[in-house]
Design a protein around this ligand. Structure first.
Ligand code: WTA
Length: 653
């Protein structure tokens, strides 16, 4: 038994870097990390200049960093000219044209596709030319509503190539959610597929897009990938098939990359916040690319021979930064998987790792819990000897799940990087570096170079070690979002107002005496369900839009697999009978309005919600009740304290 494991079994729960891993890692020791970190903080501009220089620039920037604190306006590498697709494709052609860029595993086992960098380049150029032919120009918005197929990557890269801005919408979102997002950003063109496979079922994606497009005048063209071959209706001039478009003889194999400004938008991605509708988080080109390029290389310790698999969906930020832009800008071989961890069998992940000799595996705690439930046997059925590094993202990972991942999947050989970040941050901010860091199950470790986190108390002062507080970041870094699309005021209010001059993350955290961070979950009205980010405001407004409902309040409750799930307290309109069939109807209604991931697990009909005298719903109380607590503390501020007793009687088990 080696040292690392013995300290584990003694319950110290500290795992030191593994020597053979450290030896060839990009960052080889804690000492090296410390010195890089110190340098990055004392001269951040110099640090990032050096790192950004590793990318291909048409023209070098004039000013590295500019920040107008009061207006929350900042820029990186201003005046530089760069193209993200060129950095992910063209610059690899000389050495890596024949290297596999994408291995695609379809939901059905026999469906596999491979694209080399040369092929991905050609496909991207051709599709970029199609976009141009359809009238898409620099600065136009293109919506991508696709399953996990290579065309999603090609579509994103093609947009980047011509300077169009992609807005990817998770294919699990409903027509209504898609429509809202298309309208908010006034997309010109939509890329979708006939259908998508979900656990053996052919989901009619194009039909859903058609519904979304009723009332969207901005979309002029729809390009449809034939994927499941389900029957769809094509609308005259508006719709055409991807395959027909790219194979047209008039479409050329070469499309010169646009010389975009470093601060030109690369994409927007909608995410849920505390209030109202989802916000369009806007990321720009040069800083974002420099950030994801470096974080990918160091955190996943990328080497040329790796087969890297991130199980996220392209519809989330993890898919953008650590399936597409980070890995491809490093000429990595990525695996893209269309399916889910437990279909057709609970060993699907392990089967794929064995089949393609995956070396680096990055997934979410919820997925690990979903498979850990079935024990070791499905894992042990497979030879996972190719694995050398594991990662997690999306929600706090509890030490028990961490240890299962470490021992059963990683065979105590593979470091785990528990990576903390957000849609807004563009890339990973707090994480171990696998060759350098001592790992502590449940902690996301230390800040990435260039990042200065602080834990602040209510009063805005830094709290002492081991004390919980609000996690904030001191200064903008290159990969940080620039604004909320179309609403800069919202950007200021949501992120910069709570603690002046600091970026406020919305997470609670504590830092231990050794400088490692322990994330404590969201402290706002965002709930992480299976790692997906859900805003209570959205789900509440979806429920309230049902004719039977008067009012609704959504709170989280702990869930064994999902981490957190949604509990809805609902008051009904006069005369409506709250029975099980209405609960089902409400769930289906939320599914239609938002998407299946937003369906509440529990719904309780109540006579009244606990409110203050001024009419504010006391979510704190509902939260405790949903967690099964009976003692909810002081309720004398409630307009009618008796509602609490009433609710306790009907709590859903
Ligand atoms: C949570 C996902 C604990 C956190 C990349 C954050 C985490 C939110 C971790 C952002 C982690 C993400 N440990 N919590 N390693 N990673 N989170 O925008 O609450 O979908 O604020 O980005 O996920 O979710 P988002």
């Amino acid at each position: 038994m080696n040292d690392a494991i013995s300290s584990l079994s003694k319950g110290k729960r500290k795992i030191r870097p593994i020597a053979i891993f450290s030896k060839r890692a990009h960052v080889k020791s804690e000492k090296e990390y410390n010195s890089i970190y110190q340098r990055s903080i004392s001269s951040p501009e110099k640090f990032w200049e050096e790192k950004a220089s590793e990318l291909h620039w048409f023209r070098k920037w004039k000013r590295t960093f500019k920040w107008d604190k009061r207006k929350a306006v900042f820029s990186w590498f201003d005046g530089g000219k760069i193209n993200a697709s060129c950095n992910c494709l063209d610059r690899h052609l000389e050495k890596n044209a024949d290297k596999t860029a994408i291995i695609w595993q379809g939901e059905s086992e026999e469906q596999v596709r491979r694209l080399t960098y040369g092929e991905l380049y050609r496909e991207t150029c051709r599709f970029a030319n199609v976009l141009k032919k359809k009238g898409v120009r620099k600065g136009n918005m293109v919506c991508v509503y696709l399953p996990m197929i290579p065309e999603a990557a090609i579509a994103m890269l093609a947009c980047a190539r011509i300077g169009a801005i992609h807005s990817v919408v998770f294919a699990g979102f409903s027509s209504e959610a898609l429509r809202d997002r298309i309208l908010d950003s006034k997309c010109k063109l939509l890329i979708t597929s006939d259908g998508l496979w979900r656990a053996g079922k052919d989901v009619p994606l194009k039909d859903m897009a058609d519904i979304a497009l009723e009332g969207c005048n901005c979309i002029k063209h729809v390009i449809v990938v034939k994927h499941t071959s389900q029957k769809i209706k094509m609308k005259g001039k508006r719709d055409s098939y991807w395959h027909d478009e790219v194979s047209s003889r008039s479409i050329k194999d070469i499309c010169n990359p646009a010389e975009n400004d470093a601060e030109d938008p690369l994409f927007i991605l909608y995410t849920s916040g505390t209030t109202g509708k989802p916000k369009g988080v806007l990321h720009t080109t040069g800083g974002y690319l420099a950030y994801v390029n470096l974080t990918f290389r160091w955190i996943f310790d990328h080497h040329d021979t790796d087969v890297y698999w991130c199980t996220a969906d392209i519809g989330w930020i993890t898919g953008h930064s650590y399936i597409i832009y980070g890995p491809l800008s490093n000429a990595a071989t990525i695996l893209m998987f269309e399916g889910t961890p437990t279909f057709p069998d609970v060993d699907r992940f392990w089967k794929i790792i064995e089949k393609f000799k995956v070396t680096v595996f990055y997934t979410a705690p919820t997925a690990i819990r979903a498979v850990a439930k079935f024990g070791e046997e499905p894992v042990k059925r497979h030879n996972l000897g190719s694995l050398r590094l594991l990662g997690t993202v999306g929600e706090p990972i509890n030490p028990k799940t961490w240890l299962w991942y470490y021992e059963v999947v990683g065979d105590r050989r593979c470091p785990i990087v528990d990576t903390w970040w957000q849609t807004e941050t563009g890339g990973i901010l707090i994480t171990p570096l696998p060759g350098a860091s001592t790992l502590k199950p449940g902690s996301a470790g230390k800040p990435f170079p260039g990042i200065e986190p602080v834990v602040l108390g209510e009063d805005g002062k830094e709290v002492k070690a081991d004390t919980g507080g609000y996690l904030c970041i001191r200064k903008p870094w290159p990969g940080m979002m620039r604004t909320v699309y179309g609403d800069h005021q919202k950007f200021i209010e949501a992120y910069w107002k709570r603690f002046r001059g600091f970026y406020f993350t919305g997470d609670g955290a504590k830092k231990d005496a050794e400088g490692d961070y322990w994330l404590m979950g969201r402290i706002d009205d965002v709930i992480k369900v299976s790692g997906h980010r859900i805003g209570t405001a959205e789900v509440e407004s979806a429920i309230v839009s049902h004719e039977a409902v008067a009012e609704a309040a959504i709170v989280p409750f702990p869930h064994e697999i999902k981490g957190q799930a949604l509990y809805a307290f609902v008051t009904l309109k006069k005369g409506v009978n709250g029975d099980n069939s209405l609960k089902e109807a409400l769930r289906a209604h939320v599914g239609r309005e938002t998407g299946p991931i937003a369906k509440p697990d529990k719904i309780q009909f109540v006579e009244a919600l606990p409110k203050t005298r001024s009419g504010k719903i006391m979510r704190r109380i509902l939260r405790l009740l949903a967690e099964g607590k009976k003692d909810v503390g002081n309720i004398t501020t409630l307009a009618d304290p008796s509602v609490v007793e009433e609710i306790i009687k009907g709590i859903e088990k």
